[in-house]
Design a protein around this ligand. Structure first.
Ligand code: NI
Length: 158
């Protein structure tokens, strides 16, 4: 496993559409392991492959609910409610902003064995699913921020 360099805002790769994953190769397995290691090292709760420079539809998440989630080719299939709160991103270091997201999200994805599954989340997990899935389509949270981006010190970032 290895820690990979996190791309930051201004890097073109963060604005691109990611490709769907067709099969789990050793390279994809290694990427997923590295993404978890990179996310933990940087105290993030989620990380998307383009953030480490790979244009594949892969997301990893750990929102401290005892699970390590891998979302491959995720599609959000249901949302409801709303939540408004602070959000950050490992690709936008030192900044946070207020973003409104659905409070409940259901996503269909494949896991690290290419088994299809559905995941439902509320609050932070719902926010994280939306934030990370947006990365796969070249979208950053900064475009959704209400008001100004604020400086933060050592807050949890996605
Ligand atoms: Ni992010």
């Amino acid at each position: 496993m290895a820690i990979r360099q996190v791309r930051t805002i201004g890097d073109d790769i963060l604005t691109k559409e990611c490709k769907r994953v067709k099969e789990i190769t050793p390279r994809v397995q290694e990427l997923i392991e590295d993404m978890f290691e990179t996310m933990y090292e940087t105290n993030g709760v989620g990380l998307a492959a383009p953030q480490v420079g790979v244009l594949k539809q892969i997301v990893v998440m750990d929102v401290d609910d005892g699970n390590q989630y891998v979302l491959i080719n995720p599609e959000i299939i249901e949302t409801s409610g709303s939540q408004t709160g602070p959000e950050g991103c490992l690709s936008v270091p030192g900044k946070s902003g207020t973003v409104t997201r659905p409070n409940h999200v259901k996503v269909r994805a494949f896991d690290e064995n290419m088994e299809e599954y559905e995941l439902e989340g509320e609050e932070l997990l719902a926010r994280c699913i939306c934030h990370e899935c947006a990365h796969l389509h070249g979208q950053l949270f900064v475009d959704l921020v209400e008001g100004d981006l604020m400086d933060v010190n050592a807050e949890e970032e996605e």
